[in-house]
Design a binder for this molecule. Structure first.
Ligand SMILES: [Mn+2]
Length: 321
């Protein structure tokens, strides 16, 4: 059931021993949302723990120490930034997929798997919604919580460049600066620094880029071999997905990433008027208008071919807006 922010706040206020989860392969917004909510709730005296079950990108490790870990049997489960229970980062001992009480999210493709869903498609990042809830609760937003909020806001908007950035996003970012974050330092770490291994991987990925459909579609791929040769792991590749779309005239940029032999994760980034989420939904995935993802099985050639077939109608006879 979809609920308003006030109702979500009320539910949180009524409960204690709260477990926060997010999606698998958590990105900046997923981790920022989890940590910001965890700290906000701790500041109003709740027993709360944020857990994820996978490796996280190195740049976010500084967030890891910002919540103390309580031990309890959760009586209320919140999922943040997670559009589908299929991609919920779940405990290996105990699945929460069917047991999410409240989902706080901004993905239009949310499947409403939770008992209650507080969904704001106009939020550029889930941390926008988390900040509003924290304010409603009268929670403290100290510089660490503000850092977590800012990491969500900035990473989901490509450092406030993408069209999902609103006046509210920018105002909230300004408020986080007032709360004591070091925005210059965070931006440098998040957007202006590449590990050596990442830079090597980027060069290899770019060398695979091909264009299709009157150069309105650009596709590049990353294989398991490339991870090994460059010394990167999957957690570092998120930013690469932005590259194909940066080429002038490209409406659909796709990055095909081998996750295990025969399985590929595909990230789609689009320019208006093409809806990335609609393309990914063809393969059972989803996401946002300009950024979405899905998984396709087969050989690299088969995956590319299926993808091209799906993309063609989205770019054929379509002009950039
Ligand atoms: Mn997000």
């Amino acid at each position: 059931m979809r609920i308003e922010l006030e109702k979500a706040t009320e539910l949180i206020r009524e409960h204690d021993n709260i477990l926060i989860l997010t999606h698998r392969n958590p990105d900046g917004d997923a981790l920022g949302s989890g940590y910001a909510l965890c700290r906000a709730l701790q500041s109003v005296g709740k027993n709360v723990v944020f857990r994820y079950f996978e490796k996280i990108p190195k740049v976010f490790i500084q967030l890891e120490d910002c919540c103390s870990h309580a031990e309890f049997e959760p009586s209320f489960v919140i999922a943040v930034d997670c559009a589908d229970s299929k991609i919920l980062g779940d405990s290996p001992e105990m699945s929460y997929k069917e047991k999410v009480d409240l989902c706080i999210d901004h993905h239009p493709s949310n499947t409403l798997y939770a008992k209650y869903t507080c969904l704001d498609e106009n939020a550029a990042a889930t941390t926008e919604i988390i900040l509003m809830i924290a304010r409603e609760l009268g929670a403290e937003v100290d510089s660490l919580t503000a850092t977590a909020v800012y990491i969500g806001l900035s990473t989901d908007t490509g450092c406030f460049r993408y069209s999902n950035t609103t006046a509210r996003t920018l105002r909230m970012a300004a408020d986080m600066v007032d709360a004591g974050i070091n925005a210059g330092r965070l931006n440098r770490i998040l957007f202006e620094t590449k590990s050596k291994s990442y830079a090597a991987l980027e060069a290899m990925a770019l060398s695979t880029m091909k264009k299709y459909f009157a150069e309105k579609c650009a596709i590049m791929y990353i294989t398991l071999d490339m991870y090994e040769i460059s010394g990167t792991d999957e957690t570092e590749v998120h930013a690469l997905s932005a590259l194909p779309r940066q080429i002038e005239g490209v409406l659909v940029g796709a990055t095909i990433k081998e996750s295990e032999p025969g399985r590929y994760k595909v990230s789609i980034r689009t320019n208006p008027p093409v809806n990335a989420s609609e393309i990914c939904q063809i393969f059972g995935g989803g996401g946002h208008k300009r950024a979405a993802g899905c998984e396709i099985h087969g050989t690299l050639e088969e995956v590319t071919e299926q993808l091209l077939k799906a993309i063609e109608p989205f770019v054929k006879d379509v002009e950039a807006e």
